[in-house]
Unconditional design. Structure first.
Length: 455
């Protein structure tokens, strides 16, 4: 897949891929989502977004002759350092009299819901804490707290990722749409409600609010007749429970229209939303951020599958169940904060999250299913709690940066598959000295005995 990188004002590389590309089969026709594909993955493109979206000519007779590369929404002058020009845009950002202070990852890390690292501490430093860090503030949102308590944090013995949990300032669930087309675009939203007229929809374009007298499955459509940014709000009345989506591919929360999936940029899940249904946001390629409130109890199978632009997720402690494949193919996801309410890490949960840097499996998880972290190429650190009793096939496979696994704090030997680990020269498995001989002789561990050492 063709990719290109741009630097933000912290000097970090921000990677974009060709799922941001829109293809015009015939000049003047409506743009539809398009990927260059492998046939032209090495075609160099000189980027200049100074005039907005950029047309690129592709010398390929099979796929396309021309395409439009969308200017990334965050590639604006105020996000580029003053005196620096990137892709034709002159930066205006000034640090305000001092250098930007970049927080570095340590043992215990506090992340905002969009992945910004706000605070970090070593194990020694958290032992001295008397309170959790101050809660962050975001426009239109209310931070409900961190997803771990002070006692949880002070009890950390290794990696811990703590996330900020938000609801909206009016309690509504919000869908943020960026319609760049001059043509009209229609959305059909699907949800479930337990009370007639229990969910009121504000379409965000000045038209009248709407509700449905039905209970159970509800669908409502709306057409946006002009280009613009729209925020659709779903307000849940007291006594009504609200499920996002209806659990099938054709009844995803914001519909299954391919073009629509490109237009939805962010989601804020508010009060009254108890379930993110199966496939609720399946294949929503352009969603960059999602905040989930404490009203949510579970996340369904394939809920955020193939959300390729999603960069981070913070799971509130109210959630105890996350379905299989829920975050598979979230290529851009770099940080995850799983709450301590989770007891099972389901199959393929974070499979092929190529940008994921580290993961802390919460204490209390007893099972790590098949292929959970397969093909997480950027993973450099993983924390596995003593509560884990079993690990499935290919759970730790196709890692390019992680070869050391620490079980030295375990008091019992977990069961594994014959294919849980991929053998190579660099593989090291640390176990307690007292269990070293037993560990090397255990079923399926015995084939890894040459890689097992006392931790």
């Amino acid at each position: 897949m063709a990719k290109f990188k741009l630097k933000n004002y912290h000097g970090e590389d921000v990677e974009y891929d060709t799922e941001r590309v829109l293809f015009n089969p015939v000049e003047g026709e409506e743009k539809v989502p398009f990927s260059y594909g492998v046939a032209v993955e090495n075609v160099p493109i000189s980027l200049d977004f100074s005039a907005g979206d950029q047309r690129a000519t592709v010398d390929d007779g099979y796929l396309a002759k021309s395409a439009v590369i969308q200017k990334p929404a965050d590639l604006v002058a105020e996000n580029i350092a003053k005196g620096v020009t990137i892709a034709g845009i002159e930066g205006t950002h000034e640090s305000g009299g001092g250098e930007n202070i970049r927080v570095e990852e340590k043992d215990v890390n506090f992340y905002d819901y969009d992945g910004d690292l706000l605070h970090s501490y070593t194990i020694e430093e958290v032992g001295a804490l008397t309170a959790l860090p101050e809660l962050p503030e975001r426009d239109g949102l209310v931070c409900q707290g961190w997803n771990y308590s002070l006692d949880d944090v002070k009890g950390a013995t290794g990696l811990m990722n703590v996330g900020a949990i938000y609801t909206t300032d009016d309690g509504a669930t919000r869908v943020h749409i960026e319609n760049t087309s001059e043509k009209s675009v229609s959305f059909t939203f699907y949800w479930k409600q337990t009370v007639a007229n229990g969910v009121v929809v504000d379409w965000g374009d000045g038209s009248s609010a709407a509700s449905s007298s039905a209970t159970g499955s509800v669908s409502m459509s709306h057409t946006y007749t002009s280009a613009g940014d729209y925020t659709v709000s779903f307000t849940v009345k007291d006594g009504c429970t609200f499920s996002l989506g209806q659990g099938t591919n054709s009844t995803q929360f914001c519909g299954n229209g391919t073009y629509n999936k490109v237009l939805v940029k962010s989601i804020n899940i508010g009060d009254g939303s108890v379930l993110i249904s199966d496939m609720a946001f399946y294949g929503y390629y352009s969603i960059q951020s999602i905040s989930i409130s404490r009203s949510v109890k579970s996340i369904g199978t394939y809920a955020f599958y193939d959300c390729r632009a999603l960069q981070s997720i913070a799971i509130p402690e109210s959630i105890t169940t996350i379905g299989t494949y829920a975050f598979q193919y979230c290529y851009s996801m770099t940080t995850v904060s799983l709450s301590k309410g989770i007891t099972t890490v389901g199959a393929y949960l974070f499979n092929s999250c190529h940008s994921l840097r580290n993961i802390c499996i919460p204490d209390g998880v007893t099972s790590i299913a098949n292929d959970v972290f397969g093909s997480c190429y950027s993973l450099t650190k993983i924390s596995i709690p003593n509560s884990v009793k079993s690990i499935g096939s290919y759970a730790f496979s196709s890692f390019y940066s992680l070869w050391t696994y620490d079980f030295s704090h375990f008091t019992a030997i977990p069961t594994i598959s014959s294919s849980t680990f991929i053998k190579n020269t660099w593989l090291t498995i640390k176990v307690p000295s007292a269990l070293l001989s037993s560990w090397k002789a255990a079923t399926n561990w015995s084939s890894l005995s040459s890689y097992i050492v006392a931790g």
